[in-house]
Design a protein around this ligand. Sequence first.
Ligand code: 5AD
Length: 346
Amino acid sequence: MNAKIKQNYDFQYDNPIDRLMNSSPEKSDILHLLKATGDLQQELFKQAREIRAKHTNNKVALRGVIEISNFCQKSCNYCAIRAPNKEMQRYRMDPDEIVDIAGQIRGLGIRIVFLQAGQDPKCDAILEEAIPRIKEKYQGKILLCLGERPKEVYQRYRELGADSYILKHETSDPALYQKIAHTSLEKRLQCAEWIQETGMQLGLGNMIGIPDQTFESLAEDILLAYRMQPDFVSSSPFIANQGTPYEDVPTGDFNMTLNTMAINRILFKSSLVPTVSALEKIQKGGQLMGLNAGANVITINFTPPVQREKYKIYSDKRFIVSLDHTQNIVEKAGLKLDTDKALKAL
Ligand code: 5AD
């Protein structure tokens, strides 16, 4: 864009929220909005809610998550299920148990069955059986979050019936990613592209509060997602996990997480933006604030307590999202649940 046109352009939209809504995103505007407080933050949230009302059915989607295995090949500094954590008791569920819980999820009217695990290739044999059985018996959507795998494996998940896959980028800074995950960001983004190529919907996302993360890189996290145009995009505050190299790192910034979510809503319009349990963990009422910042999906935990205790990705005492809590905050946000039928337990 030449300087004159750019000048007119900036004149036309004289605040960062308008520019974000009406033109391709500029890093300087994102940086400004990431730090928003007071009136500017309220305006950001208001615009995010308006975009949600305009571009979605204004209903909150639900995902019922089953954490099917806590084995993991990776050694991410922030995560307690990292391979070197010998204290962690490992488990892997069998297909019968998974299909059974999926039936409960679908029986409640929840449309999305979310299967999550560490990066554990031994889950593949289990999924070969479980995904088709779930699809056949209970229909609905299958969402996976199983880490970095070869292209053929993603292709296979798709053939089995998976609809979508979350592989968060965590950060857009290659050196920082290498430092926290001990593998390359390039490889991870290659995997994300493969996922898109299979036809599955893709979820990206970042973490806020990683040691040595810069504001610039947080703005770049959003721009990276913008370039890849994912179907879902999340943001979570970092939470220290015991038994990890980052066990003493302070919690990520709550407001910056909300601001990222609102920016994501404005940029990605109809995408699913979750209000994550970590928000509730660090501030009571946090997940409701996430809905008020433009979020439109909540993950409810269906991992049986025995295994759940061992799935420590958000520290020892993570906030376990229940149906009651979900209904409560959705109502308070003035929204409706997007379910197949009236939720039985509500
Ligand atoms: N703090 C915040 N988010 C975390 N995740 C894992 N560990 C942590 C942590 N300590 C998130 C990552 C990962 C997802 C499964 O959970 O974003 O992709």
